[in-house]
Ligand binder design. Structure first.
Ligand code: FES
Length: 585
């Protein structure tokens, strides 16, 4: 076909509509000349512009995001799959979010990336997308952006890095950093030992290889059907991940031809499955805010309380760190998520849609376990009650969460005296003070670490234990905050308290010496002071000054919602689809 003529927008028989890319490439005159001609400057032949589906490959690759550093290579495999199926692949970068480097916290930029993804898709001749993500926030961000456009989409995760091996020990990302740090602080290992462990911890491309937030979100993408089977667990360097990427590219073309958009896969049934699978894998607490935000983009009726109601009776059967013993490599070898889903299939919506075609039930029908130590039978769970507990009470009127599989059972019913830290700096300055007035029964309280207060809701909720108590052999204490927790962390940690302290939520009113009651069985979090005293303190509350006066930080502070709503921006909730575009020249 001549590049100067209008392409036929070659819809195949039975295809539901002309693709949106035709608005660019199929136009007559200068309106078609310009987009076609400038694309040809990259060496694309006219054949690629003949009306075939254009598949955007949304790439969160960056050298600032080490976990995603191999995604350029993975994109080449996606491209091959797109071409095999008769599509036209176009890779594009979006802002990336690397957990270990970004400050104040990647969570502050999740919504920015989601905006980047959404607007890039909508502004360009893209009919469907393959979403390449890995490190924690990149996965929810790309899904949220694609959801607000409601285009056909496939999630391809970068996969977990290889297990870390160090002097006969197998180290898990994050999880063992906490332990090594405590060993170093208490003099059990030397600085040289710590340096050697640092060099051994992250030895390949890929995301953290524990069931941390990255593995959780990749697994939940798989569970929700938007990623292929085994998307969550194939190790990053494994050739089978490249095959998965190729097949995902191929499938993206078919999704466009069949007009199967993301909202047809990410239904309420898919969210319900995700909550149950999260319980079974002992997934990260961060999944709570990410799935709430994603549901908000799609208009799916899914609330904080669903996490408890749907997930409370799901046993954790995956024996992975931080809750258990093994790592993602063993999980993959054992059969991965299809085995988990088959074992809890009586709890799942088996007719939910799988992106590769067919249903989730069909996907998992033939799954086989190769290691029952890693993926345990239902009658030998790691924790009988996995999932999340949603707590409410006068200290958290809009809710807070705790992950029972990471908590100490003896502390889940606990009354203790509060030791309050006004913010993270205060915590760092005083936690190792030998005169700190705490004992093993105290409850550590951290304020001003919520979405607006920090800002960006850092993973500060785990709070290192006071050195003097570590030296006494104390290994866990109840901790309460409006912060999040790393998916690789553990402990009896109450998180996401809403409303947050910077807004004058009751957390802001707690004082050192107050008594707090944590009653997980009754789902209660109570501050033992009278309503009158609470009101007196509320009247005297002075909000902290905003951390940002201008720019994105200011936008974030002004528009971010609370944890019980997913920490999305108020003006980003919902979607705008991909309406016909205006031609600008
Ligand atoms: Fe990127 Fe853990 S730091 S996944």
């Amino acid at each position: 076909m001549s590049s100067q003529t209008t392409p036929a927008n070659a819809a195949k028989p039975g295809e539901p509509r002309a693709y949106r890319s035709a608005e660019w490439f199929a136009r007559a005159g200068k309106y078609g000349f310009v987009p076609r001609s400038w694309m040809k400057s990259q060496g694309f032949s006219p054949e690629l512009l003949d009306g075939r589906p254009v598949i955007g490959i949304c790439n969160t690759w960056s050298e600032l995001t080490n976990c995603n550093r191999h995604l350029r290579e993975l994109a080449e495999h996606v491209k091959r799959g797109v071409l095999m199926a008769g599509g036209f692949p176009l890779e594009f970068p979006v802002t990336s979010l690397g957990e270990p480097l970004m400050r104040p916290t990647t969570m502050m930029f999740r919504n920015l990336v989601a905006m980047d993804v959404e607007e890039t898709i909508r502004a360009n001749p893209i009919d469907g997308v393959v979403l390449l993500a890995g490190c924690d926030k990149t996965t929810p961000a790309v899904l949220m952006g694609a959801a607000s456009c409601d285009v056909p989409a496939v999630l391809v995760s970068g996969g977990p890095m290889l297990n870390a091996r160090f002097r006969g020990r197998v180290l898990g990302s994050g999880t063992d950093i906490f332990k090594l740090d405590e060993e170093y602080r208490t003099g059990k290992i030397s600085k040289a030992d710590l340096d050697a462990a640092e060099a051994a911890m992250s030895r390949s491309a890929g995301s953290c290889m524990t069931m941390g937030t990255a593995s959780t979100m990749a697994s939940l993408g798989e569970a929700m059907g938007i990623g292929f089977a085994m998307n969550g667990s194939i190790p990053a360097p494994d050739s089978r991940r490249a095959v998965l990427a190729e097949q995902s590219g191929k499938r993206a073309v078919e999704l466009v031809r069949q007009n199967i958009t993301i909202s047809k896969i990410l239904t309420r049934a898919a969210f319900e499955n995700a909550v149950k699978v999260n319980g079974a894998i002992g997934g990260s607490t961060n999944a709570v805010v990410h799935l709430l935000a994603l549901a908000g983009r799609l208009g799916v009726d899914f609330k904080l309380e669903d996490w408890d109601a749907l997930g409370r009776d799901v046993p954790t059967i995956v024996d992975l760190k931080p809750s258990g013993r093994f790592l993602m490599e063993e999980f993959f070898d054992a059969g991965g998520l299809p085995v988990v889903m088959q074992r809890i299939s009586h709890l799942l919506n088996l007719d939910a849609v799988a992106v590769e075609g067919g249903t989730i039930g069909e996907r998992i029908a033939d799954a086989q376990s190769w290691n029952d130590e890693v993926i345990r039978p239902l009658d030998k769970p790691l924790t009988p009650q996995g999932g999340m507990m949603v707590l409410k009470g006068n200290l958290a009127p809009n809710g807070a969460i705790i992950k029972p599989s990471a908590a100490s059972p003896r502390l889940m019913q606990h009354r203790g005296r509060a030791m309050v830290f006004e913010n993270s700096e205060d915590l760092r300055a005083r936690i190792d003070d030998p005169d700190l007035d705490v004992d093993a029964d105290s409850i550590l309280v951290l304020k001003n670490a919520g979405p607006r207060g920090y800002p960006g809701m850092p993973e500060a909720g785990t709070m290192a234990l006071p050195k003097k108590l570590l030296e006494q052999g104390v290994t866990d204490m109840v901790r309460v905050s409006d912060a999040r927790m790393s998916g690789t962390a553990f402990g009896t940690v109450v998180l996401h308290v809403a409303p947050e302290s910077a807004l004058g939520g009751p957390l802001a009113l707690v004082r050192t010496g107050d008594f707090i009651v944590l009653d997980c069985a009754a789902r209660k979090l109570e501050l033992e002071i009278s309503a009158e005293e609470l009101e007196r303190r509320r009247a005297a509350f002075v909000p902290p000054p905003p951390a940002y006066e201008r720019g994105y930080g200011r936008l974030y502070i002004d528009h971010v919602q609370q944890a019980d709503k997913g920490v999305d921006f108020d003006f980003l909730v919902g979607g705008s689809g991909t309406p016909p575009s205006k031609v600008s020249f």
